[in-house]
Design a protein around this ligand. Structure first.
Ligand code: NAP
Length: 470
């Protein structure tokens, strides 16, 4: 495919191959964008901003609604694109496509609710004759930088609210999965979005990232990805607003009073969804000691039933990892933990990019799998004596995106809600739960700010104050 600059489809001699991670076959190519392409995209976006801020919101609403309709018509192709350029199974990809359509639909709905409020000026002595209000004003040109693991919906989470709020956007999708983003861009343009409002520049982050991030015409960077890139971007950005959706190594607490069967089912799915390449994927499970063995044995038995392999087979439960380098890294982390005393309960092997779902116990404190983000299909089980101990261990990491607790005791639930240091707590489901309208984001190294359309719209607009002196 070509890339999009100011609504125009642009090709280049220099290409990047888009590879199916299962068999290494080339799915398509995209242009290898340069700093000059970024410069042109930002210049177009400045014009796009003038256009979009002056569009009545009913026009933005109708464009976004039409986009959702077009996405629905192209549902099968979008799902297939996610599953062939990325590592989701076709079943997972269909779910992501449905969610992305929902994300764009909610963006259309929220564009109607961008309201302000009146200010009680007469509460200040000397301001008795003042009246006024604020309304929300678009921030300007937004750079949207997105990761590979949800290549359609995470792009929709930036483009939808950016456009709904009256901004222009320059998106840089992950180099390994640019096609889903470009196809979403095509849906928006086919729905009548004025071209200048949207650019999707393909190219390597280390080659074009700095040009985009440092550009003073860009007023906000909305980034989803890893901590390393996030920190570099924060340093390079200069004076602009920053939204950061970063990683985690999510903890789940399983109390003995819960429905263990449900907890097992939900934690297995939460650990291995998208091959564990999931920012809210389950990585650490703290189980009350009296239920530990029963939970562990059921968890391992369920994991062993997983069918791993080609993403497009309808009965595949888990596809390949995104690259062989990533698959190798995951196995290295497992081997390192084993050499430090961890016990492998199942998995721990790979063939090419296909890693078997892996369950471990006796994980030594300080092992990479214990405290860093594995972003792969590896989960560790830990027995704990008390809820307090489980919460302390859950919190003893640099991340804080989602946490979860399984319990039938409301006091346990409220204890976890109060004391777990995370941006969102799920009670009686795994950490891997999100709907696209809820506020989503983390604390500590998991990020800054919140997404979820209503909340992203707040981040992507600013209050403009109006005061009449009567
Ligand atoms: P990544 O390596 O950080 O890349 C994310 C994006 O940043 C890609 O488009 C990448 O481009 C770009 N990038 C890299 N270096 C850059 C630079 N110096 N300047 C500008 N852009 C740069 O992350 P990933 O491997 O794609 O995704 C995995 C990470 O994302 C995990 O840590 C995961 O937890 C996190 N994540 C978080 C959320 C959330 O909502 N909190 C959701 C999903 C994923 P290239 O592809 O060209 O390198």
């Amino acid at each position: 495919m070509k890339m999009i600059i100011g609504g125009e489809w642009i090709d280049k001699k220099e290409k990047i191959d888009v590879i199916n991670p299962f068999d290494g076959k080339v799915v398509d190519t995209v242009p290898r964008g340069t700093a000059e392409d970024v410069d042109r995209a930002v210049a177009a976006a400045q014009k796009g901003y003038e256009i979009n801020r002056n569009l009545p919101s009913h026009k933005r609403i109708s464009i976004l609604k039409k986009t959702a309709e077009i996405m629905q018509e192209r549902y099968d192709d979008l799902a297939k694109t996610i599953a062939t350029e990325g590592s989701k199974t076709i079943k997972e990809a269909r779910k992501e496509t449905g969610r992305a359509i929902n994300t764009i639909t909610i963006s259309a709905e929220e564009a109607r609710r961008l309201d302000g409020e009146t200010i009680p000026f007469d509460s200040a002595v000397g301001s008795e004759k003042r009246v006024g209000y604020y309304y929300r004003f678009p921030i300007g040109v937004i750079a949207a930088i997105t990761p590979f693991n949800d290549p359609l919906n995470l792009v929709a989470h930036k483009l939808g609210p950016a456009i709904a709020g009256g901004n222009a956007v320059v998106c840089k999708p992950a180099t390994v999965t640019p096609l889903s983003a470009l196809k979403l861009g095509k849906c928006l343009l086919d729905a009548g979005l004025p071209g200048e409002i949207l650019s999707i520049v393909t190219g390597h982050g280390h080659e074009i990232g700095d040009a985009l991030v440092r550009d003073p015409r860009v007023r906000m960077i909305s980034f989803t990805g890893g901590v390393e890139a996030g920190e570099r971007i924060s340093k390079m950005a200069g004076l602009k607003k920053i939204g950061m959706e970063l990683g985690s190594n999510s903890p789940v607490i399983v109390m003995a009073d819960c429905d263990l069967k449900e907890a097992v089912e939900s934690c297995v799915s939460g650990a291995f969804w998208a091959v564990g390449q999931n920012c809210i994927g389950v990585q650490r499970i703290y189980i009350q000691r009296s239920a530990y063995e029963e939970f562990r044995d059921a968890f391992v038995a369920r994991t062993k039933k997983y069918k791993v392999g080609f993403q497009m087979d309808e009965d595949t439960d888990m596809g390949p990892m995104i690259t062989e380098t990533e698959a190798k890294r995951v196995i290295e982390w497992v081997e390192e933990a084993v050499s430090q005393g961890a016990r492998l309960l199942t998995g721990g092997t790979r063939k090419g990019t296909v890693v078997q779902p892996t369950v471990m116990e006796k994980m030594p404190p300080g092992a990479k799998l214990d405290c860093q983000e594995v972003f792969g299909p590896v989960v560790s089980l830990y027995p704990v004596d008390t809820l307090q101990e489980a919460v302390e261990k859950s919190n003893a990491v640099d991340y804080g995106l989602h946490g979860a607790i399984f319990t039938k005791d409301v006091n346990n639930a409220f204890y976890a809600i109060k004391h777990m240091d995370v941006g969102g707590i799920i009670v009686n489901d795994s950490t891997d739960y999100r709907v696209d309208l809820m506020p989503f984001g983390g604390i500590k190294k998991s990020g800054l700010g919140r997404e979820g359309i209503k909340f992203a719209l707040q981040e992507m607009t600013e209050p403009k104050m109006v005061c009449f002196n009567l």
